[in-house]
Design a protein around this ligand. Structure first.
Ligand code: IPE
Ligand code: IPE
Ligand code: MG
Length: 248
């Protein structure tokens, strides 16, 4: 029985989020420069997206560029921005063929002009697709997003659009950039690092975390299947006790 066949299609996570890490190390291990790793990471993006859509996952969020990544050398940032434009340009057709909608979260206006333009075009060109939503986190960080939400809420209170009493967890969530996206049930990080790096802090309150030593450019469909199987073997208790979960 293949890994894929072992997956219980009735218990799929609705939303999987991935911190795609390890491109630089992957390249350096082969004596190549870091950009080579980023270029090879695109194949993993393609494979993972395809695998998720084939299984019937509804949302896949990929952390592609963090707020903190702006602190990298200019050469690397420029290469990543160029790669973004090229990849989106090349992949829009495939997204449409596979009925996948593209969305993005983050401080998108801070992206290089061309990347921003290309991204907006792809989002528009795929907006009617409804098999799966692929969310790219670009110039994204959770603390940036939370502070932004707090500022907007304060402005709306000041202008009497909402009152303090209206604010609860659900309303707060609706001010985040992920307002139209459900919380992920499964968060995967590659490259053997055990940290969150400012990704979806609010949204992963009850996500299952899965860490793999695989570097992102080596991540393939089978690796996604393995993560999903691992997820399906866990008991999610949400603060309750095992007996309560089994009864439900
Ligand atoms: C992840 O790979 C891609 C981005 C953060 C853009 P890295 O570039 O962080 O690769 P490592 O972690 O240095 O190996
Ligand atoms: C996290 O990876 C950001 C992305 C995958 C886009 P980093 O490689 O930037 O994370 P740190 O800095 O090692 O925590
Ligand atoms: Mg890294």
């Amino acid at each position: 029985m293949s890994l894929k066949d072992k997956i219980d299609l009735k218990k799929l996570p609705n939303h999987i989020a991935i911190i795609m890490d390890g491109n630089g190390r992957w390249a350096e291990r082969q004596g190549k420069n870091r950009i080579f790793g980023h270029k090879n990471g695109v194949k993993s993006v393609r494979e993972t997206t395809e695998a998720a859509a084939e299984l019937g996952i509804n949302f896949l969020t990929l952390y592609a560029f963090s707020t903190e990544n702006w602190n990298r050398p200019k050469f690397e940032i420029d290469a990543l921005m160029r790669l973004l434009v090229q990849t989106i340009d090349k992949e829009t057709k495939t997204l449409n063929k596979n009925n996948i909608r593209l969305q993005a979260i983050g401080d998108l206006k801070s992206l290089h002009k061309n990347s921003y333009k290309q991204l907006m075009k792809a989002i528009k060109d795929t907006e009617k697709n409804d098999r799966m939503t692929l969310v790219l986190a670009l110039s994204y960080s959770s603390r940036w997003e939370i502070v932004k939400a707090v500022k907007t809420i304060i402005e709306q209170i000041k202008s009497n659009k909402i009152s303090i009493d209206d604010i609860d967890q659900k309303v707060f969530s609706s001010f985040l950039t992920t307002s139209s996206i459900p919380d992920p049930e499964l968060l995967i990080r590659t490259s053997g690092e055990y940290r969150i790096s400012n990704f979806l802090l609010w949204q992963i309150a009850y996500s299952e975390l899965y860490f793999t030593p695989k570097l992102w450019p080596d991540f393939r469909k089978e690796d996604l299947y393995e993560a999903i199987l691992n997820f399906q073997n866990r008991e999610r208790r949400f603060g309750m006790i095992s007996e309560q979960i089994k009864k439900a």
